[in-house]
Design a protein around this ligand. Structure first.
Ligand code: AMP
Length: 593
């Protein structure tokens, strides 16, 4: 059975499960009622009772299915049951691990809201923020900790996060956490929890790695699987998926045209790096579209404001990196746009899962260079749904569309200005602002149509509509559809220069401090916008480590790290490797620091 989640449910559907049928106490039922949830979603209907019983659970469900309440409500119910026996101020009762600070904050807000009547003490801890206040809050006693894995490890190593008395651990978006290189951290944290604890694992996809993790850490779990789109049985998912084949060099220009033609009401545009985010935001703004950037280099408050503006319709485009937008749940999203083909098919599915929800229409747009067509084909195989290729609007198409919009606006204005009550249609129209008198002067001198044409051109120039004179070259589909080059992490030889297009960072901590490659991947992925896949060869030496990252992302990464990162609970300096600072593709010399 599938249920929509977006409030379209009617109370007069008697066979639907009800919250009051679930083993939840009055305070929790009151909280969900206050939030306007009329019925439990499928994942909630299936998960809540076994979780309250204390069973482990393996759930396949993405954002938007109601999975947060599915694990948070039972956790709070069990907290309330056991609280009389647990002294306040003891070690945390529940730990929820989430891949990013955005998701951690979102989950934490939900748990706080559901648990407000029970006085549940909820704390969010994540990398990139000062450790001190988080450490202090833990000392004061917390019931539920929502954490990103890197920071959880850090706080555990400092003795601030005690897991020895934990009752419940939840891995939220486990596939994302593994993708970000957190597997070792997660295992370390799980190993530090008592054998008796309840374990819950939610993941949007179920790759083999997740199954292995589940086999290792879950005991006879209940399994629940929910498709993201809550569409009626047999109805096709309502996401129109379109791809545009464009040369890599023209991606941003093509994107501007496509969005101008599509005019989405609310869209997220995904870019690979922060630099791309800034460039794309600037270009879209120059085209007169309301676009705002969202990336890890912005402070939390700013990010929250930007997301709020999209939610409330004050902006129409959010240009974001994957990491910054991960887990965001924006109800009214109409379009998901991929400025670049996502790194994996699962990432594509994650992204487009944000639209076309609860039976609404959604659009997914992907810009594809010829070398990435094979990646899109892989997505088609994974989802079993075709992705249609369309042509980028030409300059002439856009001009025609702009004129259509101007004509429609003028027509609307002309009709609005007609005065239906005017007693005498031949009477001289009123002219309070003198526009008519000015036109009378001009039309005595010039043809009236020429005057109107000049007025419209002036208006278009003032609106900043860019010239789209240069056409975007048409590229043909690669015959094999196969990748042009492959890359792998590979073990690097000690002194060879980094691969073209990549640069090497120097980290002043190594084997002697117990640093492992996964620690470096975790630190970089947690504190910058890189994903695990962006990170190339890592060499761990006795007292230092070298890590290859894409050259185009290097400045951005260094800026967000501000020169250091936490590895194994200690600060380590990070800078460009002086030996090979200038090895970017095309021989451009990188700055030396
Ligand atoms: P999640 O999948 O946990 O990210 O939740 C997606 C959205 O659905 C959130 O905005 C929740 O507040 C909302 N939600 C969760 N459960 C329900 C429900 N039973 N009825 C209506 N909305 C819900």
């Amino acid at each position: 059975m599938t249920l929509p989640l977006d409030g379209t449910l009617q109370d007069n559907q008697p066979d639907l499960p009800r919250f009051s049928d679930l083993p939840l106490r009055a305070e929790l039922l009151a909280a969900v009622e206050e939030l306007g949830y009329t019925h439990p979603s499928p994942i909630q209907a299936e998960s809540i009772a076994p979780l309250v019983e204390g069973r482990d659970l393996l759930g396949q469900a993405a954002t938007g299915t109601g999975k947060t309440a599915a694990f948070a409500l039972p956790m709070l119910e069990r907290l309330a049951e056991q609280r009389p026996e647990r002294a306040r101020g003891e070690a945390p009762f529940g730990l929820i691990l989430a891949p990013t600070r955005e998701l951690a904050l979102q989950v934490s807000e939900a748990v706080s809201r559901y648990g407000a009547r029970l006085g549940a003490r909820v704390l969010t801890v994540y990398g990139g923020a000062p450790v001190g206040p988080q450490w202090k809050a833990l000392q004061n006693g917390v019931d539920v900790v929502v954490a990103t894995p890197g920071r959880a490890i850090d706080l555990m190593n400092r003795g601030a996060l005690r897991l020895d008395d934990l009752e419940i651990v939840v891995l939220d978006e486990a596939d994302e956490m593994l993708d970000m290189g957190f597997v070792e951290d997660i295992e370390t944290l799980l190993d530090a929890t008592p054998d008796t604890r309840q374990a819950v694992l939610f993941s949007a996809t179920m790759p083999r790695r997740i199954e292995i993790l589940a086999q290792k850490y879950l005991r006879e779990p209940v399994t629940v699987r929910i498709r993201r789109e809550a569409v009626a049985e047999g109805e096709a998912p309502k996401v129109r998926q379109t791809a545009y084949l464009v040369p890599r060099t023209h991606t941003t220009a093509a994107l501007g045209r496509i969005l101008e033609a599509e005019r989405p009401a609310a869209a997220i545009v995904f870019c690979r790096t922060r630099l791309d985010v800034d460039a794309v935001t600037e270009m879209l703004t120059a085209r007169g579209l309301r676009a705002e950037a969202l990336h890890g280099g912005m402070d939390q408050e700013h990010r929250t404001r930007v997301v709020e503006r999209l939610r409330s319709g004050r902006t129409e485009l959010l240009v974001a990196t994957d990491v910054a937008a991960r887990g965001l749940d924006i109800d009214l999203l109409t379009h998901v746009v991929n400025h670049d083909v996502p790194q994996s098919s699962e990432a594509y599915v994650h992204r487009i899962g944000r639209v076309g929800r609860a039976g609404r229409e959604g659009v997914a747009i992907t810009l594809v260079p010829p070398s990435k067509v094979h990646a899109l084909r892989a997505v088609e195989r994974l989802t079993g749904q075709p992705i249609a290729f369309a042509a980028v609007p030409t300059a002439a198409d856009l001009r025609a569309a702009r004129l259509d919009r101007t004509a429609a606006a003028l027509r609307e204005r002309l009709i609005a200005d007609l005065d239906p009550d005017a007693a005498d249609p031949d009477a001289t129209p009123v002219d309070p602002d003198g526009v008519r008198a000015m036109l009378a002067g001009l039309t005595a001198e010039f043809d009236a149509v020429d005057v109107a044409a000049a007025a419209i051109r002036l208006m278009q120039e003032a609106a900043g509509s860019p010239e789209d004179g240069e056409d975007i070259p048409v590229v043909s589909m690669p015959r094999s559809g196969g990748p042009r080059e492959s890359r792998g992490r590979g073990g690097a030889a000690g002194t060879r220069p980094p691969k073209a297009g990549t640069t090497r960072l120097f980290v002043n901590a190594g084997r002697a401090s117990g640093v492992r490659p996964q620690d470096i991947v975790g630190a970089l992925a947690n504190e910058s916008n890189l994903s695990g896949r962006d990170i190339g060869a890592i060499q761990i030496h006795e007292r230092h480590a070298l890590v290859e990252i894409p050259e185009h992302a290097a400045d951005d990464v260094l800026r967000s790290l501000r020169g250091s990162t936490t590895l194994k609970g200690r600060r380590a300096n990070v800078r460009r490797d002086r030996g090979f600072a200038g090895a970017a593709a095309g021989g451009s010399r990188a700055r030396r620091d």
